[in-house]
Design a protein around this ligand. Structure first.
Ligand code: PMP
Length: 360
């Protein structure tokens, strides 16, 4: 009789056993500035109107499998032309999974400039695809020559760009990305999770390149709890990916809430504007502190490096003072000594600054 551990070792694929589960730290009682959430909720009258919508949802029925009302709202909100399709996921994480499940042929390669959002590599690995990371330049700009060389060598089935990039906060140049799209034999997914904070997008290029898709999410605009991601692009790709999507991946409550939220876009836009202003203020404050390197940001978070103090110690000291941010030091390489803070409310940001000054 084998033990449970022996059974697990024998049956679970070695590359999965070698992985670490995506770690979400406990934030109870802490000021939560670790996950790029929007710190604002909705005014009371809007919440009431939303609850009225939820009241009428028929939870005894399965959701609309095509989420047609939400997709129409998105089409109108972002002026997506009729020749392009929209596929919804349970968060954009699920869309990355759907795309890579569809492309996971033996020997298929997924490529991305690194450091970047960790799920591209994690999902590729889980699905048995090979992940190739192409290092950014030391200033976190895209190394287009290295990207083109890697494309020639690996002929990747998919390339992911976070635009702007997480965790480096910046937008790669349009020209660099276009050269990569043109040289790529495979699919290029522009992950625009933070587009609202950058006001930059490749949506206007969709259809012009037959291998380009744009992915977005409502998570960073105040709706992380909904789990709603969108993939937009030419129908021939999305029709195939739609076969991989599980039929009811967006629940009725999420669909009704998204439909409601997208009919109040002006509210989401106001919150984004506030976050953009507060980001610039926090950036200025951080540049005035001694012993920090801070990068300008096109997102709703800031990346900084502690130059005179150990980043792990600063992170722990902040947590002991009640502020949770993200420690990227363990990732090493270009992120050595780096910490990442999400833009919170002005009160949260003040508490963070006070704790940071005490920690440095
Ligand atoms: N893409 C990027 C670049 C991200 O940083 C994140 C969240 N950290 C996601 C996608 C995932 O978003 P969602 O909540 O829609 O799964």
């Amino acid at each position: 009789m084998s033990t449970i551990n022996e059974k697990v070792s024998k049956l679970v694929r070695p590359e999965i056993r070698a992985l670490k589960a995506y770690h979400v730290p406990d934030a109870i009682g802490l000021i939560k500035l670790d996950a790029m959430e929007n710190p604002y909720t909705w005014p009371e009258d809007i919440r009431r109107a939303w609850l009225k919508v939820l009241h009428d949802v028929e939870l005894n029925r399965y959701p609309d499998p095509g989420a047609n009302a939400v997709r129409s709202r998105i089409r109108a909100a972002w002026q997506i032309p009729d020749n392009l399709d929209i596929l919804l996921g349970n968060g954009s994480d699920e869309l990355i999974q759907i795309v890579l499940m569809s492309l996971s042929m033996p020997g298929a390669v997924v490529l991305a400039p690194t450091p970047t959002f960790v799920m591209y590599e994690m999902i590729a690995t889980v699905l048995g695809l090979k992940f190739v990371g192409v290092p950014l330049r030391p200033d976190y700009s895209l190394d287009v020559t290295a990207m083109l060389e890697a494309i020639a060598t690996h002929q990747p089935a998919a390339i992911f760009f976070a635009y702007p990039n997480n965790p480096t906060c910046n937008l790669f140049t349009r020209d660099g990305i276009e050269r990569v799209i043109e040289a790529s034999p495979g699919l290029v997914v522009l992950d625009e999770a933070y587009y609202a904070f950058a006001r930059a997008s490749f949506i206007d290029r969709l259809g012009q390149y037959d291998n380009l898709l744009v992915m977005r999410t409502l998570s960073k605009q105040g709706l992380a709890g909904l789990r709603l991601g969108m993939l937009i692009g030419p129908a021939p790709w999305l029709e195939e990916f739609n076969k991989v999507r599980l039929p009811y991946n967006n629940g009725s409550l999420a669909q009704a809430s998204a439909d409601f939220a997208l009919s109040h876009l002006e509210l989401l836009d106001q919150q984004v504007e506030q976050i953009r202003e507060d980001r610039e203020k926090l950036y200025e404050s951080l540049t005035r502190l001694n012993g920090l390197q801070v990068w300008p940001s096109q997102t709703n978070f800031l990346l900084f490096r502690t130059l005179n103090r150990d980043a792990d110690e600063v992170f722990e000291s902040l947590r002991a003072r009640g502020v949770l941010i993200k420690n990227l030091n363990a990732a090493g390489g270009m992120l050595q000594g780096c910490l990442r803070v999400t833009i919170g409310t002005p009160a949260e940001t003040s508490a963070f600054l006070e704790a940071l000054e005490a920690a440095l």
